[in-house]
Write a protein that binds this ligand. Sequence first.
Ligand code: XMP
Ligand code: MG
Length: 372
Amino acid sequence: MSIKIHDKEFRVMIPEEQIQKTIAAMANKMNNDLSGKDVIFIGILNGSFLFAADLMRHINLDSRITFLKVASYEGTTSTGTVKRLIGINEDLKGKTVVVLEDIVDTGNTMTSIVKQLNGYEPKEILIATMLLKPTVFKDQFKLDYVGEEIPDVFVVGYGLDYDGLGRNYQDIYSLAEKLSGNFFHNIILFGAPGSGKGTQAKMIIDKHNLVHLSTGDMLRAEIEANTKTGQEAKQLMKGGGLVTDELALRMIENKLMLNKGTSGFIFDGFPRTIEQAKGLDALMKRKGMEISVMLALRVDDKVLTDKLLERGKVGNRKDDTPEIIKNRLRIYHATTKQVGDYYKKQGKLIDVNGEDTVGNVFNVISRAINNL
Ligand code: XMP
Ligand code: MG
C-alpha cells in the first residue's frame, strides 16, 4: 500500500499489527521493570501522541503522564536546530521519568531533552522510543526501551509527519527514496554449499567493485553488536527458526542506504524462497533499482558431496556428515529451483558450470557481468 503526502510517495514499512505488538511488549517490560517506582511518563509532542496513548493502555503501574513540546524538524532532513522544551508544570523531583519519543534519529533532540529535564532533579530518566535509526544514532546516551530499529529512511504515519501531514495513519510508512548510483549491477549469486560461491563472490567484489551483501554475515554482525535486531535474531536462531523475511529485508534496505554511491550489490544467500525474491524485487523497485541477473553455479551433487566430506575431515563443522550433507543438498535444490524459475521467467537466470577451474568460472561470470 502506498500513500501520497504533499509531493512524495510513501510505502508501508511497519504494519499496524506489528506496531501494536511491539508497543505491548515495551509496556510489559516497563510494567516489570518499574513496579514500585514513582513513575511519570513524559510524551514528547507532537510525534509521540499515538505511541504514548497506545502504550499507556498496557501500563498497569500507578503512574502519571504528561506531555512536553519540542520542535526540531522541518521537511525531510534534520535541521539540526533543537528548540526549547515547553510545558513542564509537574514536579519531577525524585521521580522516575520515562521519556516517550516517536523516533530517535541522530539523538540530538533527546540529548537536549534529557539535559533540560535533569534540571528538575528527577531520581532517574529512562528513555523509550518507538523507532530508532541505529545507523545514524550517535550513541550519546543509553536507550532503555526501543520498539523497532529502522534504516536511515524518512518515515511518516502513526504520529510522524511530513511537513505537518501524515500523523493520522495507522501504519508507519517510509519514503520511496531512490538510490542514485549511475551504474547498477545487482547480482544474485546462487550456489549449493561447496559450490565455490564464497571464492567467486570475493573475486567478483574485488574486480567489479560491488558491495557484498550476505544476510548471514549481516545477522552475525548484528548479534555481535548486540543490537535489538541481533537479539531478536539470536532468539529466533536459538530455537532453530529462521529470521523473518521482513527482518532480512530491513537489514538489506539498511545496507543499500549505507552504500548509496556504489556501482552495485552482490546478493549472497538471499533470496532463498519465492516470497523473499518477491520482497526483494519490491524493495529494489522502491529504490529505483532492480536485480540484473541471477548467476547460478551448477555443480553435480556427487562432486559437492565429496568436497564437503573432505572439508568435514579437516574442519570441525558438525553438518559435514554424509546424512546431513544429503539433506542440505535436498533442501538447497528444492529452494533454488523455485527461485531459479522465478528469475528465469524474468529472463535473468544464467547457469554457470561450477565444476570448471576457479579461474574459468570467474571468466564466465565476469563476461556475464560485463554484458549486463
Ligand atoms: P534527532 O536526529 O535529533 O531527530 O534524533 C529526532 C527528531 O527528528 C524528527 N525525525 C523524524 N520525523 N520522520 C519524521 O516524521 C523521520 O523519519 C524522522 N527522523 C527524525 C522527529 O521529530 C524526532 O523527534
Ligand atoms: Mg518528535
